[in-house]
Design a protein around this ligand. Structure first.
Ligand SMILES: *Cc1c(COP(=O)(O)O)cnc(C)c1O
Length: 449
């Protein structure tokens, strides 16, 4: 078994996510044999540093001994059971833990099995809540420009990344899109807080105008990850929470990507000291092991569904694998590592080092911005540093970075022309240093000619 023959077999039967499969006529798909910590190893013995946490899911390294041991134990006890009418210990313990660690007031946990499904649940719950209260005119959602909330039709509709959305536009529900607080566009000398505050006026205006027909505002707190890692200040969340209360509109915090320490705090909402009405969690929830998501919500919302069956107010939404025991157990082990190993505190130092190793990129002639929020660092490549004119997308500069870095043993997967580091928290300072070296070389290679 080697890379070449597995690659051939793969390409004759498989269809991969987010991929123009024809690209693989020019470069092979990489079959991974084993993984440990931040390292992936293929069938030819090449190693790759997983600098993007395998699409932002992995927190404590691959084949983590603590999570492995928990899963082995769970496997011999209970693999899965129906979750309507039945329950199990791991689902209960994980829900108790999530209620404990999420912002105060979030004390109900509804499980689903992936991030998009969690977003669908939150959207449906919000709409249904207002309906149960007799407010049937509330049918719309407000979303931010350049936001991303997943790929299923409801989640895609509330997202705003054209690359994923435009094709399917005829299938999608109408939403109200508000200009983003994305601080890439702040004026010279203007602080992120000032810019985010200024941009909030546009949101306030839309809320004032449309609140009667709106169920909820959905946002990615602090970092619009799939939208090229664009960032904004926590003041926006604070203002948004106040306005949502004022206009009787729910706030859905999609922390699927930014949750579990990515922004420096356990949850991004903590930085604004707010409690959303719904918080969507997935990705890091199981440490990157198994598909699972959770929607946390308040007692108030839960109570609006709680009545005699014949009133038909129940939330009759389900997924076959809701509350999967293995996934919940992986989640529980992940939460244990956070607490026992003091991760959030340790990450402060790691985030600092990440900023330091990336210092050199600020002066690079093709870099418009180096931005960082906690454990996410992004480097924006442009054709013209002064005017910030972007490279034409057809040139696929990011792909050149990807391919060069892979040849040197680093897995980076740029979003367009944005190179970012979003590594597992077990990466060492020396590995960060090396990662930055390779990223530098890869950029030099990609901007040539
Ligand atoms: C990844 C992501 C989703 C979708 O999660 P999937 O598990 O891929 O369906 C939703 N929202 C945000 C912010 C994400 O980053």
């Amino acid at each position: 078994m080697n890379n070449a023959n597995l690659s051939d077999r793969d390409l004759s039967v498989l269809w991969h996510p987010c991929t123009q499969m024809k690209d693989h006529e020019n470069f092979p798909i990489i079959p991974i044999k084993t993984a440990q910590g931040v390292w992936l190893e293929d069938f030819d013995g090449n190693r790759y540093l997983d600098a993007i946490s395998s699409w932002w899911v992995n927190l404590f390294g691959h084949t983590n001994p603590v999570i492995n041991a928990a899963l082995k134990d769970q496997l011999d006890t209970l693999e899965h059971t129906i979750f309507a009418g039945f329950t199990h210990e791991s689902a209960i313990q994980l829900a108790e833990k999530l209620v404990e660690i999420t912002p105060p007031g979030l004390n109900r946990c509804f499980y689903a099995d992936n991030g998009s499904a969690a977003v669908e649940v939150a959207l449906k719950m919000s709409f249904h809540y207002w309906r149960n209260l007799g407010k049937t005119h509330k049918t719309k959602f407000i979303t931010l420009e350049n936001s991303y909330h997943g790929e299923t039709l409801g989640a895609l509709a509330v997202g705003n990344v054209a690359l994923y959305k435009a094709t399917y536009a005829p299938l999608l529900m109408d939403v109200i899109t508000v200009p983003s607080p994305d601080c890439y566009y702040c004026e010279l000398g203007e602080s992120w807080a000032d810019y985010s505050t200024r941009r909030f006026a546009l949101m306030e205006q839309i809320l004032a105008e449309h609140a009667d027909s709106v169920c909820a505002v959905i946002i990615e707190p602090l970092v619009q990850c799939a939208g090229n890692m664009r960032m904004y200040d926590a003041v926006y969340l604070k203002l948004l929470r106040e306005a949502c209360d004022k206009y009787a509109v729910h706030l859905i915090a999609d922390e699927i990507a930014v949750g579990f320490g990515r922004t420096g705090t356990l949850f991004a909402c903590e930085q604004a000291a707010i409690t959303p009405d719904f918080m969507c969690l997935s990705k890091g929830l199981t440490g990157g092991y198994l598909p699972l998501s959770a929607v946390l919500t308040t007692d108030n919302i839960y109570q609006a569904f709680y009545d005699d069956y014949t009133k038909l107010t129940a939330f009759l939404h389900s997924h076959s694998y809701t509350g999967n025991a293995l996934a919940c157990r992986a989640g529980l082990a992940t939460m244990t590592i956070f607490q026992q190993q003091n991760i959030i505190e340790k990450n402060h130092q790691l985030a600092k080092v990440m900023g330091i190793v990336a210092t050199r990129f600020h002066a690079h002639p093709q870099v418009a911005e180096v931005r960082q929020t906690g454990m996410i660092l992004a480097i924006e490549l442009v054709k013209n540093k002064l005017t910030r004119e972007p490279y034409p997308w057809q040139e696929r500069r990011g792909l050149k970075v990807y391919r060069y870095a892979l040849s040197k043993g680093v897995l980076l997967r740029p979003l367009g022309n944005v190179i970012y580091f979003m590594p597992p928290y077990v990466i060492t300072e020396a590995e960060l240093e090396w990662l930055a070296d390779i990223a530098w070389q890869a950029i030099q290679h990609a901007v040539r000619d």
